[in-house]
Write a protein that binds this ligand. Structure first.
Ligand code: ADP
Length: 618
């Protein structure tokens, strides 16, 4: 189970069964389907290089036999023997060349295929994540997603494909080696194999332990990444509270868990390799001793004994490599299960329809009918209860009310970040669910309190909302939007003008500048419904006036829904709606509501009075 994936106490995000089935390995292979021909060629090269590897000891043994025979006074003369040796050398060199080509091609092709598979997998996973509903992102940590996208796919690549190539090679070399050992001396082979069960038992213990430690280590490591990411992402808050040390300690705590698992795994590895050394090397010595007796008995030539020992070393090294590969294959299967789980996740929100309503030119018609809503991350709390609100084209409605009442939630629903649990949100009398996704977001634009800009140029940021990512937007269009949003002047004063980069999340701009860039971004697609979330009081008087002026200008000729914090805004609204505890408490014009002397009148006295922020109102 992947409980680490969930923010604490959340309901399950995934079908637990998904990705847990035995078919994981098949699915992994399925990912490489496009590379099938590459892999087949790579496998051929793999066989070629493995054959070359096992051919060398045989020839080396012959070389030794030539010199031993000469030493023992054979029929060959000195020159003849040297020629014979040269001949053996040429054969060995030829085989080495074939082996080098085979091994190089194998490595190149396998790794290339692995890179392609990983690239495709990442792209598919990212696309799939982008299509998940906002409620999913409310419940999952960004760090977890990052981990799956980069770390798990990397594990899948290195372990899933490269290890398979190593495993294949090791298997082929071991089998050929064993066969040749047997051909050389069945008796010695039997003796060598008698030691195998001991090694296998040790290996089994080691893999079980290692699998456990690695899985725990990976979970701990994912936690550590999440902690790190949170700290980087909120570095200003950390600095503002002088909590760097606390952040370091939190990170240390989480990597110490990784360390703990790593150390356990290292110790298990130590025992295993120590044991391996004594059994493995001991076995070779035994074989040598026994083989030497056979040579003395003239049942085996010295050259054959040499070849045999080299084969035994090969087989030992390659079964050892297989052992190493098995643990990374286990990791890869774990990583793929996590990735497949994400890939299998169906968005809980129904996809958008294809309708493109033709509305009135003076603005969109927005209608919330009996809307109730609870956030998916907190399904037990009703945030909106049976809210009905109609804004005819070209009107401006101000939402006011106590914090936590549900104003931003209404704005979220109008952008279809979530679907209401009951009731309908309709734009131009059409249910949002049936409206085409891009069209909807060209019609509806938002300027939020703290707009998020991308670490790109100002041009990119303003053109962002256009179809095709602003590729077909001209500088003139961007400038026009910027002028309307009161930001053309300050942008032209930058040495690089519209090409100035704004820094991560727009940190290189002041709050007021950021907001005006966000206004330009919002109006460039010529939306017919503008959603405004007024900043409470983060701006100084002068930039606030500029932002206000821009907002007033861009609001004309559009339907506007504004979460209001200013007296001037509510005064100019055609209707003021007081949202409190998820319901509409009062509605009417500013004057009507003031006269009524209810909740709104109290609110105005407390929050919207000139002293509480709006210096322009009188
Ligand atoms: P307002 O804008 O009037 O201050 P909100 O609409 O932001 O109020 O919040 C209404 C309620 O919904 C609050 O109780 C808040 O805690 C809750 N809420 C807001 N956003 C989320 C979210 N993403 N997930 C769960 N609960 C949320």
């Amino acid at each position: 189970t992947d409980y680490t994936l969930l923010k604490e106490g959340q309901n399950a995000l995934f079908d637990e069964e998904s990705g847990k089935n035995k078919a994981t390995v098949w699915r992994l292979m399925g990912l490489a389907q496009k590379e099938a021909w590459l892999l087949v060629i790579a496998t051929v090269f793999l066989f070629v290089s493995s054959l070359a590897t096992v051919a060398v000891p045989k020839l080396a043994g012959e070389l030794i036999d030539v010199c031993i025979k000469f030493h023992a006074g054979s029929s060959e003369g000195k020159e003849e023997a040297k020629k014979h040796l040269n001949h053996e050398l040429y054969e060995i060199l030829g085989i080495l060349a074939v082996g080098a080509i085979g091994s190089g091609m194998r490595s190149w092709l396998f790794n290339g295929a692995a890179e392609r598979v990983m690239c495709r997998l990442r792209s598919r996973l990212f696309g799939h994540l982008m299509s998940q509903e906002i409620g999913f992102f409310d419940r999952i940590r960004t760090g977890e997603l990052m981990n799956r996208l980069s770390e798990d796919t990397r594990l899948m690549k290195s372990a899933g494909t490269i290890s398979i190539s190593i495993a294949l090679r090791a298997t082929v070399v071991s089998i050929f080696g064993l066969v040749l050992m047997f051909v050389t001396s069945p008796l010695l082979t039997g003796l060598t194999l008698a030691i195998l069960p001991v090694l296998l038992v040790a290996f089994r213990i080691f893999t079980v332990l290692n699998k456990k430690y690695t899985a725990e280590g990976l979970t701990a490591s994912a936690e550590a990444s999440t902690v790190a990411e949170e700290s980087f992402g909120s570095i200003r808050t950390v600095r503002a509270f002088a909590k760097e040390r606390a952040a370091c300690m939190r990170y240390d705590r989480s990597i110490r868990k990784v360390l703990h698992q790593g150390l356990l795994s290292a110790r298990a590895g130590g025992f295993f390799f120590g044991f391996n050394f004594i059994v493995g090397t001991g076995a070779i010595v035994c074989v040598l001793w026994f083989g030497a007796r056979q040579v003395v008995d003239e049942k085996l030539s010295p050259g054959e004994l040499s070849s045999f020992v080299i084969y035994a070393l090969y087989v030992g090294a390659n079964t050892g490599a297989l052992a190493g590969v098995v643990s990374s294959l286990i990791q890869a299967v774990g990583a793929s299960q996590r990735v497949f789980q994400l890939l299998d996740r169906m968005a809980e929100m129904q996809a958008c329809g294809q309708e493109v309503p033709r509305g009135r030119p003076e603005g969109a018609d927005l209608d919330l009918r009996n809307v109730s809503f609870a956030y998916p991350s907190r399904p037990e709390i009703q945030v909106l209860k049976n809210v009905s609100l109609h804004i005819p084209p070209g009107r401006k409605v101000a939402l006011v009310g106590p914090s936590g009442g549900g104003k931003s939630t209404i704005v979220n629903l109008v952008q279809r970040f979530y679907d209401p649990t009951a009731g309908i949100v309709a734009l131009d009398t059409m249910n949002l669910k049936s409206i085409e996704h891009e069209w909807l977001h060209q019609q509806v634009s938002i300027v939020s309190q703290d707009p998020t800009l991308f670490a790109e140029s100002i041009f990119y940021n303003i053109a962002f909302g256009m179809r095709r990512g602003g590729d077909d937007v001209s500088l003139a269009q961007v400038e026009e939007a910027a002028k309307a949003a009161n930001c053309h002047d300050f942008i032209s004063q930058f040495p690089q003008g519209y090409n100035t980069t704004v820094g991560e999340r727009g940190v290189r701009l002041s709050g007021g500048q950021k907001q005006r860039v966000a206004i330009a971004r919002a109006i460039l697609p010529k939306p017919r419904l503008l959603l405004l979330d007024e900043a409470t009081s983060s701006l100084d008087a002068e930039s606030e006036a500029k932002v206000q002026e821009a907002l007033d200008r861009v609001a004309s000729g559009r339907t506007v829904l504004v979460v209001a914090h200013r007296l001037s805004t509510v005064q100019s609204a055609s209707e003021v709606v007081v949202i409190s505890h998820g319901t509409i408490a009062e509605r009417g014009t500013h004057a009507e509501l003031l006269q009524k002397g209810g909740e709104y009148a109290t609110l105005v006295r407390r929050q919207l009075s000139p002293s509480a922020g709006d210096s322009s109102a009188s």
